[in-house]
Design a protein around this ligand. Structure first.
Ligand code: F6P
Length: 325
């Protein structure tokens, strides 16, 4: 193995830069050349890339975003796009490609496999933490802290005005981030797909009324996962108001994707980036370098999107039975 490629794909996540640094430094130590593709798979198809040396990744461990930029790549859903990507990888004589991203990026990687003769390896990087086979994905810990910082601030004003707030957090189709943020912020209610596929307005209203009966007028925070309500938290606030529940909606949105990675993400990113390169050298193929029970390990790439990653059912039960009021 002489030359490997790396790219960051899909929603960027804090810690992607730390991961790129670990990949490049470990590759350098193993006398491998690294080509970094710009804007995810788009850079492979459009031949936009640069050589990455330790010099390029020095001083980036603390930076949010990604040095290589990120994007989704619809062309990877077409046979022409896949063939073009494989042919460009072959022209560059790349022995392997490392993909840092989430389940969508891994699906693209798997689709590429029949056309590309080199090795393919994934590293989980997404704030959603919805990749099966890794305890955590790079970026989740930072996004959680960012959400908490915001919700704590919302709590201050909610307390002052004895108000009800809906706080919408990201997570795509999963509620991992919503559950973690809701538990850690001491939210009175968490609404996420893992708890109920359909949202019941009567139940939400009843919950709020019960809490107010127990505690009198007080702040009340509902953390809601995005995609749980058509039109989002803003529309839900309007619909709750029509049932006599006056509330304010706050959508945290993309701020959850930005910012300096917290220590846990820098460490995870370093561990997985280094491990991925070492495993490539050992011959790993079509695997994800993940963290399994706190240790770096390999997990079949094909299984990463198979099951729905489980949220902590113990904490959820506690939230519903004990902490709801
Ligand atoms: O996958 C990361 C993520 O931030 C999701 O939480 C969110 O649903 C999605 O990306 C947003 O995508 P975009 O930045 O394309 O709007």
């Amino acid at each position: 193995m002489k030359r490997i490629g790396v790219l960051t794909s899909g929603g960027d996540a804090p810690g992607m830069n730390a991961c790129l640094r670990a990949v490049v430094l470990t590759a350098h130590a193993n006398e491998l050349e690294v080509i970094g593709f710009q804007r995810g798979f788009n850079g492979v198809i459009d031949q936009q890339y640069q050589t990455l040396s330790p010099y390029h990744v020095s001083g980036i461990i603390q930076d949010g975003g990604t040095l290589l930029k990120s994007a989704r790549c619809p062309a990877m859903l077409t046979e022409d796009g896949l063939k073009q990507a494989a042919s460009n990888l072959h022209d560059l004589e790349l022995d392997a490609l490392l993909v840092i991203g989430g389940d969508g990026s891994f699906r693209g990687t798997l689709e590429l496999a029949p056309y590309y003769q080199g090795k393919l390896l994934g590293i989980p990087g997404t704030i959603d933490n919805d990749v099966d086979g890794s305890d955590f994905s790079i970026g989740f810990a930072t996004a959680l802290d960012t959400a908490l910082d915001a919700i704590d601030k919302i709590r201050d004003t909610a307390d002052a005005f004895e108000r009800i707030f809906l706080v919408e957090v990201m997570g795509r189709h999963t509620g991992y981030l919503a559950v973690a943020a809701g538990i850690a912020a001491g939210a009175e209610q968490i609404i996420c797909p893992e708890l109920a596929a359909e949202l019941d307005l009567d139940k939400i209203a009843e919950h709020v009324e019960q809490a107010r009966k127990h505690r009198g007028n007080c702040s009340y925070i509902i953390v809601i996962a995005e995609t749980m309500y058509p039109g989002g938290a803003g529309t839900l606030a309007v619909d709750l108001e029509s049932r006599g529940i006056e509330c304010r909606a706050s959508i945290l949105g993309h701020i959850q994707r930005g910012g300096r990675p917290v220590g846990a993400d820098r460490i995870l990113a370093t561990k997985l980036g280094a491990y991925a390169v070492e495993q490539l050298v050992q011959g790993a193929h079509l695997m994800m370098a993940g963290e399994i029970n706190g240790k770096a390990g390999l997990y079949p790439l094909a299984l990463t999107g198979d099951k729905k990653k489980q949220v902590d059912s113990y904490l959820l039960r506690w939230q519903q039975q004990v902490a709801q009021y």
